[in-house]
Design a protein around this ligand. Structure first.
Ligand code: BES
Ligand code: MN
Ligand code: ZN
Length: 512
């Protein structure tokens, strides 16, 4: 889909549908909405006074114009109460309105830049949010739907701004929003793909292909290299599978290879299917375990965006990828593994496999000297039970880093909640036979999993995101705005924001 910014008046655009807005509590329309209202013989004003439209956040009414305007339909979207207005509301409202128009058959859409006139929001941010909302909200994964699949698709999305002075800023926001939202959708595509397609080898191949396109350095370690380097945990999880494990290394050198500052390390859990292994899971919900590589997909998607946004900093992403399957050659409860770092792990359940492959990846990240470390993983059902479907858990050993990431998550519209990491929890992971065991019991399961990772991290500043709650919208959930069924692509927007603001900070400190 093409997004274009043009100067003009939304009332004179010939297209399938135009998007205008209204704040909740408005007595009468103003701005572009008032102009449209007038041409529609005040139907919007009448809807308002009759209580047929209230302007509640993401409320959408589609009004056919019957020739009163060059556009065939008008979608009016509620922005909620003005005092609660925020960047993510622009994203949500755009997504909801665009999706409603698309579902009513519109192929060409034009929109005003919501928020570009509102106090406190820059035209650049407004443009970025509208672009993100449109691209995220119109996402589909229809490649396996033989007939209905691709019939309803928007080809053109125009942003109309009447104030020509704002156009360059809106345009640059749109560019940024396109890069970020397309990276989120790339992440969603990786996750939505069935596990029999998205094997570790396929994940590596997709990473290679996109790395070539956007200009990222890539290296993939296969079984022979992993054996030589001693990735004992990753290799153990891979033992039950016919598919060879892969360890994907993506590197971005925006500050140059000679920079004295260490690269930031991103690590993503890449279990392309989690059956539980010998400790096999029950059938219910196992289909969603194709998404157990959502952390991997998120860090790859983040690198794809960063390579195009080109901030002056270095970032390296590490992705341990394997299936977790039961078979005659699978690893077993009671086994003891030796990790990349030399520490040993007692296996109590083969279903706590994510932390095992992360242990190897963290060891390797430390060998490369990456800092800080940020891992993203669909790690525990316990985190989902604790936080519910809208919030990712954050765990770490460095409050400043956690605060910076939470700050970055706000304009991203991604909820993050910090979880406790008191030292007593580490005792629950103690093993009688190895250095640590891979399960700390049912209670506090998300925390003992984070404590397990911390054991391998040591003192390096680190944050772990448990995205088991947020990575996937199940079939029973109702879709709204850009929250569509299947993969969410969670954490890409937060990580990109974080990396852009750290690079700004670093360069400020260096006086650039
Ligand atoms: N991949 C799962 C966690 C998960 C559960 C992600 C639900 C998304 C939705 C992970 O590998 C796992 O199986 N965790 C176990 C850990 C337990 C055995 C200590 C869990 O949460 O039950
Ligand atoms: Mn598991
Ligand atoms: Zn898993």
């Amino acid at each position: 889909m093409q997004i274009k910014v043009t100067a003009g008046d939304i009332t004179s655009i010939k297209t399938d549908g135009i998007i205008i807005n209204l704040f909740e509590g408005s007595k009468k329309p103003d701005g572009a909405t008032a102009a449209v209202d007038k041409l529609l013989n005040t139907v919007i004003s009448q809807m308002l006074s009759a209580g047929e439209f209230k302007g509640k956040l993401n409320e959408v009414a589609v009004i056919p114009t019957f020739g009163k305007l060059p556009a065939k339909k008008v979608a009016i979207v509620g922005l909620g109460k003005p005092e609660q207005f925020a960047l993510d509301r622009i994203r949500q409202a755009t997504a909801e309105a665009a999706r409603t128009l698309r579902n009513s058959g519109a192929k060409r859409i034009a929109s005003i830049v919501h928020g570009a006139g509102a106090g406190g929001i820059s035209p650049e941010h407004a443009g970025q949010m509208v672009a993100e909302g449109a691209i995220l909200g119109l996402y589909t994964f229809a490649k396996y739907q033989t007939k209905s699949g691709n019939s309803k698709q928007v080809d053109e999305f125009l942003l109309i701004e009447s104030d020509t002075q704002k156009i360059p800023a809106v345009q640059s926001g749109v560019k940024k929003g396109e890069i970020i939202a397309n990276a989120v959708n790339f992440t969603r595509d990786l996750v939505n793909e069935p596990a029999s397609v998205m094997t570790p080898t396929e994940l590596a191949n997709r990473a290679r292909k996109i790395a070539r396109q956007v200009g990222l350095e890539i290296k993939v370690l296969g079984r022979p290299e992993l054996e030589k380097l001693g990735f004992g945990a990753l290799l153990a999880v891979a033992k039950g599978s016919q598919q060879p494990p892969q360890f994907i290394i993506l590197r971005y050198w925006g500050a140059g290879k000679k920079s004295k500052l260490a690269p930031v390390g991103l690590i993503g859990k890449g279990i392309t299917f989690d059956s539980g292994g010998i400790s096999i899971k029950p059938w219910s919900g196992m289909d969603e375990m194709k998404a157990d590589m959502a952390g991997a997909a998120a860090v790859i998607g983040t690198m794809v965006a960063i390579a195009q946004l080109k901030p002056k900093l270095n970032v390296t992403a590490l992705v341990p990828a394997t299936e977790n399957l039961p078979s005659g050659s699978a690893f077993k409860p009671g086994d003891i593994l030796r990790t990349f770092s030399g520490n040993t792990i007692e296996i109590v359940t083969t279903d706590a496999e994510g932390r095992l492959i992360l242990a190897d990846a963290i060891g390797y990240a430390k060998r490369l000297g990456l800092t800080p470390l940020i891992d993203v993983a669909t790690l525990t059902g316990a985190c989902d039970i604790a936080l519910g479907p809208f919030t990712s858990g954050a765990f770490g050993n460095n409050q400043q880093l956690i605060d910076e990431l939470i700050q970055a998550s706000k304009p991203a519209g991604e909820y993050i909640w910090q979880m406790p990491m008191f030292e007593e929890y580490a005792e629950l992971d103690k093993s009688n036979i190895a250095d640590i065991k891979n399960i700390g019991g049912r209670s506090g399961g998300a925390i003992t999993a984070a404590k397990f990772i911390e054991f391998f991290v040591g003192d390096t500043p680190w944050v772990h995101f448990d995205i088991a709650p947020t990575n996937f919208v199940g079939t029973s959930e109702k879709e709204k705005h850009y929250r569509l069924r299947g993969a969410t692509g969670v954490m890409v927007r937060t990580l990109v924001n974080y990396l852009l603001s750290t690079s700004l900070e670093m360069n400020k400190r260096r006086g650039k």
